[in-house]
Design a protein around this ligand. Structure first.
Ligand code: HEC
Length: 151
């Protein structure tokens, strides 16, 4: 695991800003953390825009029914990875026919509409939730859901 310590050390020298952070770790971790940081530096851009955000308070109502852990389906499907995928396709969850047939792809626009008025957007779906009238709360939730997804 330490075989690339030397290379990582060289990287570290060339990225001075990271020295202070990297020095806090023992050598083995140092090489790992330096490599990780270098990758972050190289991939700066959209790939890192989707780092998981803290759960917004507006999501508390959703969390009563939905997990955000992958594949953890309670009475409602997990919302991990929901952003960017087809509605009604979380494996292992038994959706209503309405949701399965909705042909929606969850993105900022479709989520915003659905969370405003779930029964209008997917009539007869089984989500017992009247809707979230506050646009700011919806936007926060959608940003959060996006951060939980690679899509
Ligand atoms: C009372 C429980 C409950 C609450 C509260 C709730 N949901 Fe749901 N939600 C469900 C159920 C059940 C389904 C599956 C609906 C179906 O199959 O018709 C669902 C489906 C969804 C889907 C579609 C998932 C998919 O895989 O296609 C999204 C997105 C969603 N909910 C987001 C939210 C968000 C965001 C909130 C909070 C604003 C929320 N839900 C609040 C129970 C709930």
């Amino acid at each position: 695991m330490c075989h690339d310590r030397h290379r990582a050390h060289q990287m570290k020298r060339s990225i001075r800003a990271y020295d202070a952070v990297a020095l806090k770790f023992p050598p083995c971790l140092l090489s790992l953390s330096s490599a990780a940081m270098l990758m972050m530096a190289l991939h700066a851009g959209p790939a890192f825009a989707d780092t998981t955000l803290p759960m917004p308070s507006a999501f508390q109502t959703c969390a009563g029914c939905h997990s955000v852990k992958p594949a953890e389906n309670f009475d409602a499907p997990s919302l991990a990875g929901v952003y960017g995928r087809h509605a009604g396709t979380e494996p292992g969850y038994s959706y209503s026919t309405a949701m399965k047939n909705s042909k929606i792809i969850w993105d900022a626009a479709t989520l915003d509409a659905y969370l405003t008025a779930p029964q209008k957007v997917v009539p007869n779906n089984q989500m017992a939730f009247a809707g979230l009238p506050d646009p700011r709360a919806r936007a926060e939730i959608i940003r959060y859901l996006r951060s939980l997804s690679n899509n």
